[in-house]
Design a protein around this ligand. Structure first.
Ligand code: XMP
Length: 333
């Protein structure tokens, strides 16, 4: 709309002024904030921006393809797709502690990103090399990191937000969303032409499926989980609540499947199966500090369960998580 159009023009002007003829590198995750930051910066400086998309092998189904289609395909942005799945899964081998897994994923992410930034510095393809690191930091992140020390005495889960990366890389920071709340970031994203589905996505944790596969991670588990999760999300999007006219995806704040490394007995045709279990989690919350489990329609749960068991060979049982936060957290790890 009119006001947003003005805002974009101003933001574009500010970015051009700050960057001049230098170059910018941005870590694209597929999440709302980094996507909107990328779209805005690309609008301002085009090919002076290079996005780096790191696939750690623990992303959702088709995530890499979707990000590449959107940013490289539709927006014609420079995007480097790094397939680092083997590197991440290699380092995670034999590790089952949730915090240890988070630390490894965070550390490897920094390593991969640094290596890509160094390559760009070498200046291939006539590029001068990046002097700016762009991040999709939004206003609530600014407040949280400023007040975190006094507010929180204990950390329950160490969220890996690539902290300290600009210093390590010797890059200047570019954070064009610093003054915006989440709702404003979403409006901006839509105004920049990003699809609504992308801009109104549920949050997805940095360590990805790494904290949704309980205990030790195996590529095979990630594969099964991705397919189960995609079925759940597809059905949530497709099922409209008649009372509100909204989809159950929009009526929930976060929803996903969790892989349980537990085998149970089932029966298929004349045979006995002995296969894995997945749990479905769907919550409603304002601030993610407390949350209610979502009272999804039984018919929806039934459809999801049938589809997962029929379509994902290797899973023969689906359960629904009915735990509130507190005492349970939203993620299982
Ligand atoms: P919990 O499980 O603590 O989750 O109730 C609250 C919110 O935080 C997200 N979460 C993470 N996000 N790195 C992230 O970037 C993490 O390590 C992490 N752990 C939890 C979770 O998805 C939920 O939205």
């Amino acid at each position: 709309d009119w006001i947003m159009g003005d805002y974009i023009a101003e933001a574009v002007e500010r970015i051009r002024e700050q960057v001049g003829d230098e170059e910018v590198i941005l870590g694209l995750s597929g999440g709302v904030d980094s996507s909107v930051a990328a779209a805005l910066i690309h609008r301002a400086i085009g090919d002076q921006l290079t996005c780096v998309f790191v696939d750690h092998g623990l992303l959702r189904l088709n995530e890499g393809q979707m990000v590449m289609d959107m940013f490289a395909g539709r927006l014609h942005a420079r995007v480097i797709h790094v397939d680092a799945a083997d590197q991440f899964l290699g380092h995670l081998k034999g590790v089952s502690d949730p915090e240890a897994k988070r630390k490894i994923i965070g550390r490897e992410f920094v390593e991969v990103f640094k290596a890509e930034a160094a390559k760009l510095k070498a200046g291939d393809g006539g590029h001068k090399g990046a002097t700016f690191l762009a991040q999709g930091t939004i206003y609530p992140d600014v407040i949280e990191s400023g007040g975190a020390k006094s507010k929180k005495a204990t950390t329950i889960k160490s969220h890996h937000n690539v902290g300290g990366l600009p210093e390590q890389l010797g890059l200047k920071l570019l954070e064009p969303l610093r003054e915006l709340f989440k709702d404003e970031v979403r409006e901006l994203g839509v105004a920049l032409g990003l699809p609504r589905d992308m801009v109104y996505r549920h949050p997805f944790p940095g360590p990805g499926l790494g904290v949704r596969i309980l205990g030790e991670i195996h590529a095979e588990y990630a594969d099964l989980l991705r397919r189960a999760d995609a079925i759940f999300i597809e059905e949530l999007r497709a099922t409209i609540d008649p009372q509100t006219g909204k989809s159950w995806y929009d009526l929930t704040s976060q929803a996903f499947a969790v892989f349980l490394p537990v085998k149970s007995v089932g029966v298929m045709g004349d045979g006995r199966t002995y296969e894995w279990v997945v749990a479905l989690r769907a919550v409603q919350t304002q601030d993610f500090m407390t949350a209610h489990w979502a009272e999804l329609p039984h018919s929806l749960l039934g459809r999801v369960s049938n589809r997962i068991i029929n379509e994902v060979r290797g899973i023969n049982r689906v359960v629904y998580d009915i735990s509130g936060k507190p005492p349970a957290t939203i993620e299982w790890e």
